[in-house]
Design a protein around this ligand. Structure first.
Ligand SMILES: [Zn+2]
Length: 75
């Protein structure tokens, strides 16, 4: 199911996690050359991607909502 990004936080390993409107979280790693999301490394880039729809497999699986910590917009 496609769900828009509503915010972000970092996990314990300093990876960025997108918070989706459905209540689920999804990693948005910038880990070149495999995963290239340079936008996630800057506050400006993350702000521009708010509303971007990601495929949420947790919705398809009927998974319970994830914990969504307070949004972090600074680096
Ligand atoms: Zn979901």
């Amino acid at each position: 199911m496609q769900q828009p990004i509503t915010g972000y936080h970092k996990d314990a390993e300093e990876h960025w996690v997108a918070q989706l409107a459905c209540g689920h979280n999804q990693h948005v790693r910038h880990d070149p050359p495999w995963q290239n999301r340079p936008w996630v490394t800057t506050a400006e880039g993350r702000a521009q991607m708010l509303g971007l729809k990601l495929e949420c497999k947790k919705c398809d699986e009927g998974a319970p909502a994830d914990e969504q910590p307070q949004e972090i917009t600074r680096d």
